[in-house]
Design a protein around this ligand. Structure first.
Ligand SMILES: *[C@@H]1O[C@H](CO)[C@@H](O)[C@H](O)[C@H]1NC(C)=O
Ligand SMILES: *[C@@H]1O[C@H](CO)[C@@H](O)[C@H](O)[C@H]1NC(C)=O
Length: 428
C-alpha cells in the first residue's frame, strides 16, 4: 500500500505525525514510520501509538579495525539493506567502536577519511585497493568521505527502507570482539577507558539525533571478566561496579538523546542478568537494582539484552530453562522470583551457516522460543566477510547470513526453511 503524498509530508514533521492515528485509519501506521519515540511498558516496547513492538533483525558490524560498516567493497548500501528487508526484518543492530569517537576528538572534531581508515587498517596497497572497490560499489562516496559519513549513509538507507536502528557500542579499540584477554573486557581494562566510553556514548547518541530510524542504543557489548588483568578482575568485575557503570552510561545517553531506549547487558559476555531481574543484591554490596536510580527514564526506557551461544546444547528444555533463569523470565510479570519486569531481547545468537546446523537443537529451539515469548532478537551476523578480522584480511565469516561477497544467502535452506518464518512469527 502506498501512503498518500500528504501523509508522507506530514510524517516527516515528526511530532505532528502521531496525531494522524486517530484520523487516518489503516494507512497512518505506515505513514508515520518509525512512529517513535519508543517507550517500555512492563515487558513490552510500545511505539508512539501505544502498540506493542518487537524487534526482529540482524547484526551489521561496523566496529572492527577499519571502523566502517562491513561489506561495502562488495555491495552497495542500498543492496545490503534490501537483502535485510527481503527477510521481513524490521531492525538492524549496527555496531561501532569508541576508538572512532576518540579519533574524532583527537582530530579536532573531524572524523578521519575512509581512505585513511582503510590504509591504516589494511596497509597502503590493500587499503587503496579495497577503498577503490568501495567507491565503485558506492559511488556517492569519495576518498575524503569520513567513516561517520558512511554510518550516516547507512542510517539514511535504513530509514528509507524502514528498518529501525539499534546502535551498539561493541568495543573500545576497533577490532574483532570479544575475548577475556583483548583489553576491552571491562571498564578500566587496557583499551577500555571509562571516561572515553561515556564521551563516546554521548557523542554517538547526540549524533544519532540526525538518524530518524535510530530508536535504541546498547551501552556495551558483552561485559566480561578481564582474566589477564587479575587486579582489575578482583577489584571491579562484579555486579556492584557494573551497576555504577551502567548508570553513568545510561545517564549520558539519556542526556544526549532522551528519546532512545537504552539497553543494559549483563556479565560473563552478557549471558545473564539474573540479579537485576530477581532484585537480589548487586554483590559484593547490598544495593539492589532500582529504577529510581535512572532519574526520569528508569520507568520507561530500559530494556535488557542477552546473548546466547550454547550451540552444543542437547535439549531445548535445558536451553529454555537456562534462558529463563538468565533473564528472559523478566518477560513474565508474576513469574516466580521476578522482581523487575522488562522487555528482554536476544541481541546475539548464531551458528554455522550451512545446510544442516539450523535444523539442530540450538537453532530450532531459538526459532521457536524467541517468537513464542515475543522477545526481540538480532541474529549474529549479516556479514559474509570482514575487511579484516584478527589480522586476516577479507576474512570469510562462516556464520554469516550472506556469502563471502554479500551477493547471496549462504544457506538458502535456512532462510526459506526457518529464518523467514522466525521473523514472521516474531512480528505477527
Ligand atoms: C500487547 O500484547 C499483549 C499480549 O498479546 C496484550 O495483552 C496487550 O493488550 C498488547 N498491548 C497492546 C497495546 O496491544
Ligand atoms: C592483501 O590482499 C591480498 C588479497 O586479498 C591478500 O592475499 C594479502 O594477504 C593481503 N595482505 C595482507 C598484508 O594482509
Amino acid at each position: 500500500m502506498k501512503p498518500s503524498l500528504a501523509l508522507l509530508a506530514l510524517a516527516s514533521i515528526g511530532t505532528a505525525a502521531p496525531s494522524l492515528q486517530s484520523t487516518q485509519d489503516g494507512m497512518s501506521k505506515r505513514a508515520t514510520w518509525p512512529n517513535g519515540p519508543f517507550v517500555t511498558s512492563g515487558r513490552w516496547i510500545h511505539d508512539a501509538s501505544g502498540q506493542n513492538l518487537t524487534y526482529a533483525g540482524t547484526n551489521w558490524p561496523g566496529h572492527a579495525d577499519v571502523m566502517i560498516p562491513e561489506g561495502l567493497q562488495y555491495q552497495s548500501i542500498e543492496a545490503i539493506v534490501q537483502r535485510v528487508k527481503s527477510l521481513g526484518m524490521n531492525t538492524v543492530r549496527l555496531t561501532f567502536a569508541i576508538q572512532m569517537v576518540d579519533e574524532i576528538y583527537a582530530n579536532g572534531g573531524e572524523d578521519i577519511t575512509i581512505e585513511n581508515a582503510f590504509v591504516q587498517a589494511l596497509g597502503q596497497s590493500n587499503g587503496t585497493r579495497v577503498l577503490n572497490q568501495v567507491l565503485a560499489k558506492n559511488p556517492q562516496f569519495s576518498a575524503s568521505t569520513t567513516r561517520l559519513q558512511v554510518f550516516d549513509a547507512v542510517a539514511e538507507e535504513l530509514n528509507k527502507q524502514q528498518l529501525y536502528i539499534h546502535l551498539d557500542n561493541h568495543i573500545s579499540k576497533g577490532m574483532w570482539c570479544c575475548s577475556s584477554t583483548d583489553g576491552n573486557s571491562w571498564w578500566g581494562d587496557t583499551y577500555f577507558s571509562t571516561s572515553n566510553w561515556v564521551r563516546g556514548l554521548s557523542y554517538m547518541a547526540e549524533h544519532g539525533k540526525a538518524w530518524p530510524a535510530l530508536m535504541s542504543l546498547g551501552l556495551r557489548n558483552e561485559p566480561r571478566d578481564p582474566t589477564n588483568n587479575p587486579s582489575l578482575s578482583r577489584s571491579s568485575y562484579n555486579w556492584q561496579a557494573w551497576y555504577g557503570f551502567m548508570r553513568r552510561g545510561a545517564d549520558a545517553v539519556h542526556a544526549a538523546h532522551p528519546d532512545l531506549l537504552i539497553f543494559l547487558s549483563g556479565l560473563n559476555f552478557d549471558t545473564y542478568l539474573t540479579p537485576v531481574v530477581q532484585g537480589t543484591a548487586l554483590t559484593p554490596g547490598n544495593g539492589r537494582f532500582n529504577r529510581a536510580d535512572f532519574a526520569g527514564y528508569g520507568d520507561d526506557k530500559l530494556v535488557l539484552e542477552l546473548h546466547n551461544y550454547e550451540t552444543g546444547i542437547g535439549s531445548c528444555g535445558t536451553l529454555q530453562g537456562n534462558l529463563d533463569r538468565n533473564g528472559f523470565q523478566a518477560l513474565q510479570p508474576g513469574g516466580s522470583g521476578v522482581a523487575n519486569v522488562f522487555p528482554v531481547m536476544m541481541t546475539e545468537f548464531g551458528f554455522q551457516m550451512d545446510d544442516r546446523t539450523w535444523r539442530g537443537v540450538y537453532a530450532s529451539c531459538l526459532a521457536q522460543y524467541l517468537p513464542a515469548r515475543k522477545a526481540g532478537w538480532t541474529i549474529w551476523v549479516l556479514a559474509g566477510s570482514y575487511y579484516v578480522r584478527s589480522g586476516i584480511q577479507d576474512y570469510d565469516e562462516s556464520w554469516g547470513l550472506l556469502n563471502h561477497d554479500w551477493s547471496e544467502w549462504r544457506s538458502q535452506g535456512y532462510v526459506d526453511g526457518a529464518l523467514k518464518g522466525m521473523v514472521r512469527d516474531t512480528l505477527s
